[in-house]
Each structure stands twice: as C-alpha cells, then as structure tokens.
Design a protein around this ligand. Structure first.
Ligand code: FEO
Length: 397
C-alpha cells in the first residue's frame, strides 16, 4: 500500500527485509528503497528502487493512478539501489522528462546506453508541477559526484537521496520527532553516516551552512533509505555534530589475536580505560563487523589497535580494518598500536604507518610484547590505557 506523507504526496517505495550486506557494510536491519509520488498536473516520481523491487513499487503506484500518468521522474542519484529500475520504468511509463544533474546524465547514459528523456538541472532550477514546485539542490560528492536533492517548496519537504538515510526495514514510515525515533533506528542512522558519509564531513557542514544561508526550512526530510522525518531538526543537528568530528569520552580497543597474547593486552588496555572512568568498548575484529566498529568509532576520541605479527605483517583482519578506515578519513582520534610477536615484530610499526597515512598521529610509539605478556607488561598496558584516556579524553580533568 502507498503511504500518504503529505497531501497528494505518497511513499511508493519498497522494503528489503532480508538484505544483510550493502557492498560490504553489514545491514542487520535490512533497508528500504524509497520513492515518492507527487500527484499534480504533472505527476512526478522522485527516485525509483533497486531493480528486483520494481514490481513492488509499481503495485504501490497503481493503487494511486495508472503508470502511464507519470509525467516526470526525478533521479537524485545514479546508484543501482535507486536508479536500477529507472530504464525499465521509463519503457513502461514513457515519462515526458527525467530530471537529473549533469553528472547524473553522464551516469545514466553510461548505465543504460539508451535514449532516455534526460533533462539536466542545477542548484536553484525550479520546475512547476501545477500547484507544486520543485527546486533542485546539487550536492556533489554527497555521496557520489552526481548526487542532488529535491525540495518540494509548498510542502517544505526535502527529498534528500542518500543524505540522512538509514538502512532500516520496518513497517514504520514516519518518525515524528526525536522521541519517536527507536534507539535501533538512531544507531542505523549513525551507522549510515559513519560508513557512507564520514569521508565527506566537510561537505556535509558546507551543505548545512548553505541550506541555512538560503533560508530553507524543512517541515519534512524524506531520504531514500529508512523513514521520513517530520520536525527533522534533530537529524540535521546529529549530522552537524558528526560532521564536526565531535567526540565523547569514549575509547575503543580494536584487535585480533593468534594465541591470546594480544588479547591479554587488549583486556589490560580496557581495564585502564575503565580505571579512567570513560566509556570503553572492546572490538575483536572477527567478532564485530568492521562497519559496526567504525560506527562506534565515529564519536570516540581514542583507539588502541592491537595485532600480533604474522609472516612479518599485521594480522589480515587488522589490515582489512585499516584499509576500510583509511577510506573513511576519520578525524580527531588519538591512537596507539600494540601487539605480541615471536621473533620479528613488524605489526606495531605497520599499524603506525597506516595511522600516519590517515593523518592520525600515534600518541605513543606502541607497546610490543614478545610471546606472552608478563604481569609487568600487562600493568604497563593498563597504566597506558588510563593515562592516555585522561590525557586525550578528559583533558579538563
Ligand atoms: Fe543508496 Fe548511494 O545509494
């Protein structure tokens, strides 16, 4: 069934209850692919859905009107979870125009290699639908070069594409305010920011500033994943905080281990963090998915990274984690490496190199322990955990 989100504006998307992997990101709560129909003199569909979900979207639209009534389609973003069914829909509905950004046109042409009625729009371009007017806002690199958002002026709804989205399948379509937001949803909102938008924090801040300067007020934000937000100031504020890299007194110990020596050190660092009275989390890289670890890291100010040395290298899971983290360009994190070794001991140095490559200067040269840590070495790790927490998380203490 379609869901009315405002007079003559309907959610007609699809719910993906079973998706658990979104190009490597663990999506334990599934997702939605949101599309919105505006019924006016020019019937307009904002975005489409992932290819296999086209029948679900079409069934929802047909409950409102025949597909041939669609005049315009807006393609805010050329990625297959939103534009994957666009060409097929265009063959069925034969829309008069498909609005997209200039790079959206390049992307759609490369994807579909067929003659689509593409019309380029820019920031500030307005289109009349009759009683309603759309205004477009280009948002390049949020999160692809072609990305844009669409503002429905009369209803003050921002169709925000991937921005402000969450991978979250549910029967709930609207979140009315912060108190109406389930804790699990808020986690997924944060996870989405951490895994998709963290590298673009500066652009997010610029977008929020631009919106404020244009005097745009949103009564509703309708992203392409998750729920539609009424009274969305709390979502904008959360994005502003995350984009600014604001951290909490929170430290993470992230590690893998061969024969539990590095794990013993990991627990000692945890004891130190707890001695300092800060929030402490232990993330074993084969027990916690890296997409969850980076979610928790988003607002943490300190991390300890532990790996044994194996074949003159760091543990493969740590290599994978650091590669992923490097792409996300984390900011404002103090970090320290640790690990056990038998005879060569390269892991700590290699982790430090990766930290430097991320422009995160290690706050300690690292702690290495040969074979199995003794009580003095464990005490040293615990003391370092507490001291670095006080220095980097509790600076005013
Ligand atoms: Fe939800 Fe960038 O696609």
């Amino acid at each position: 069934m379609p869901v009315t989100i405002a007079p003559q504006v309907y959610w007609v998307g699809a719910i993906d209850w079973t998706m658990r992997d979104f190009h490597g990101y663990l999506t334990e709560a599934g997702s939605t692919y949101n599309a919105f129909l505006i019924v006016d003199e020019k019937v307009t569909l904002i975005d489409t859905v992932k290819k296999g979900f086209l029948p679900e979207m079409l069934a929802r639209i047909r409950e409102i009107l025949p597909l041939e009534r669609i005049d315009y389609i807006v393609c805010n973003h050329v990625e297959m979870d939103h534009s994957g069914s666009l060409a097929e829909l265009a063959r069925i509905a034969r829309p008069e125009k498909i609005f997209c950004s200039s790079l959206g046109k390049v992307g759609l042409t490369r994807h579909y290699k067929e003659d689509l009625p593409l019309v380029e729009v820019k920031t500030g371009t307005e289109v009349s639908l009759g009683r309603h007017h759309l205004m477009f806002l280009e948002t390049p690199m949020l999160h692809w070069p072609d990305s844009m958002m669409t503002f429905l002026k009369e209803e003050q709804i921002l169709f925000s594409s991937d921005g402000f989205g969450a991978h979250y399948a549910s029967s709930q379509r609207l979140i009315r305010n912060r108190h109406d937001c389930p804790p699990k949803y808020f986690y997924e909102l944060k996870k989405y920011y951490a895994n998709i938008l963290m590298p673009m924090g500066t652009l997010v801040t610029q977008l929020l500033d631009k919106v404020a300067k244009l005097g745009l007020e949103f009564r509703m934000i309708a992203p392409d994943h998750g729920c539609v937000y009424e009274n969305p100031d709390w979502v904008l504020e959360a994005y502003r905080t995350w984009a600014a890299g604001v951290t909490q007194p929170k430290g993470l110990v992230i590690y893998d281990t061969m024969w539990h020596s590095t794990e013993m050190l990991a627990h000692a660092f945890m004891e130190g963090l707890m001695d300092a009275g800060v929030e402490a989390q232990l993330h074993h890289l084969r027990a916690t998915h890296y997409s969850d670890t980076v979610t928790e890291l988003l607002d943490a100010g300190l991390m300890f990274l532990g790996s044994p040395t194996i074949n003159n290298n760091m543990f493969p899971s740590m290599g994978q984690f650091l590669t992923y983290l490097k792409g996300l360009k984390p900011k404002k994190k103090a970090a320290m490496a640790f690990g056990s070794y038998g005879w060569s001991g390269q892991a700590v140095g290699l982790i430090n190199q990766e930290l430097e490559a991320m422009q995160l200067k290690p706050v300690h040269e690292g702690l290495q322990v040969r074979y199995i840590p003794d009580p003095d070495e464990l005490a040293q790790a615990r003391e370092l955990g507490a001291r670095l927490a006080r220095e980097h998380l509790l600076k005013s203490a």
